[in-house]
Design a protein around this ligand. Structure first.
Ligand SMILES: NC(=O)C1=CN([C@@H]2O[C@H](COP(=O)(O)OP(=O)(O)OC[C@H]3O[C@@H](n4cnc5c(N)ncnc54)[C@H](OP(=O)(O)O)[C@@H]3O)[C@@H](O)[C@H]2O)C=CC1
Ligand SMILES: CC(C)(CO)C(=O)C(=O)O
Length: 329
């Protein structure tokens, strides 16, 4: 029997980021957490989840193994929040799968993924529901099934993907309540007024580092040092994505390029989640990181040769991974 103030949360996509936020949400009072796991289902069911975090310490068995599910329908209930931290490969089919767990009058979908345009399939599938859109800078990897290593990198911005058909106060309440869960979970985050700014800023970063580290199989610093042309090409690509954002009425400034280049040079060198996917021969998030900006750019008549070229080559490379994934049971 549900207690009146119980908050039912489904964590969908229990990889590195999903497991990290499952850990955060498991610390919030009144949250009843259900997790949807795929390849790590058996491991999580048997041993729970282990988080090895440079910020939060080491924790294991943080999830009640009774509520690990393989399909959203298995939960046989609808949720207050569904946190989507799966790879943004095929949003429309995920939205379809989630339908039995959604009650548009109460369920808020929370998207914590890289990319732009990620919300559209969920809005289409659940036109009467609320969406919170999130951009994370958490650095994490699942090192073995059910075991996630988190570095010191930890930040998240969240904001509404506003729904004009839902009362604004209700949408704000839903956002505030989710923010209070993150506060109780003791993670670093900010609520922002126009989350599309942060989504597009991050996609400028991901379009550059994820594509270039994947196509070269180099880390970021080795790529930048690989030839005198590497930095100018990276900058050109970033400027093209900013041009698209601006045409989409998302107010990014070209000064962002200097900030992102400085940021990468002042960090330890990194590889990207896309490079990790390519090494594991898993489908890569090419559409939300490059495809959506490239399509928007073309539609709006912009000259985006660098972005288009990388998009076309990565789409080709992705075909094999998508085919292999489709053949798996
Ligand atoms: N890892 C990082 O440091 C960062 C990642 N991000 C972003 O966070 C999101 C999650 O990435 P991350 O956690 O690294 O990825 P992982 O590969 O670690 O985990 C993805 C999880 O989602 C599951 N999954 C993938 N596709 C689907 C699907 N269609 N339906 C259901 N489950 C699915 C995977 O299951 P299975 O194992 O069965 O494939 C896996 O459990 C991505 O958008 C990524 O770009 C953002 C910032 C940093
Ligand atoms: C971890 C980080 C920030 C590195 O670029 C990322 O977003 C990714 O790899 O996709």
């Amino acid at each position: 029997m549900a207690t009146p103030d119980r908050i039912d949360v489904l964590l969908y996509g229990l990889g590195a980021i999903g497991s990290f936020y499952a850990f955060i949400l498991s610390r919030a009072q009144n949250v009843r957490l259900t997790v949807f796991a795929r390849s790590n289902y058996e491991a999580v069911k048997a041993n729970g989840l282990t988080i090895l975090s440079e910020n939060h310490g080491n924790h294991t068995q943080l999830i009640d193994v009774e509520i690990v599910i393989k399909t959203p329908a298995e939960a046989q209930c609808t949720f207050d929040y569904i946190v989507c931290a799966h790879k943004a490969i095929d949003q429309a089919s995920v939205a379809k799968q989630l339908a039995p767990a959604v009650d548009e009058k109460k369920t808020t979908i929370v998207i914590i993924q890289n990319g732009v345009g990620n919300e559209e399939a969920f809005r289409q599938a659940f036109p009467g529901g609320s969406i919170i859109s999130g951009v994370t800078w958490v650095g994490a990897r699942q090192t073995e099934p059910g075991i996630v290593a988190h570095t010191t990198s930890e930040d998240l911005q969240i904001g509404l993907f506003p729904n004009n058909t839902v009362d604004q106060h209700l949408e704000k309440q839903r956002l505030d309540k989710f923010a209070s869960l993150l506060t109780q979970g003791n993670t670093v985050f900010q609520v922002v007024p126009n989350i599309q700014i942060q989504r597009w800023e991050k996609v400028v970063w991901n379009a550059a580092w994820n594509s270039l580290t994947t196509l070269t199989m180099l880390d970021t610093h080795s790529w930048l040092e690989s030839s005198p042309d590497a930095t100018p090409l990276t900058r050109r690509l970033m400027h093209e994505v900013i041009n698209v954002a601006q045409k989409c009425e998302v107010p990014l400034e070209h000064g962002l390029v200097d900030r992102l280049i400085d940021r990468i040079l002042n960090m330890h060198t990194i590889v990207s989640s896309m490079q990790v996917d390519a090494k594991n021969e898993k489908p890569m998030e090419v559409e939300v990181i490059l495809g959506y900006p490239a399509r928007k750019g073309k539609e709006l008549g912009l000259d985006i040769p660098t972005l288009e070229t990388l998009y076309i080559i990565l789409t080709g490379m992705n075909q094999r991974f998508i085919k292999t994934a489709a053949e798996q049971p």
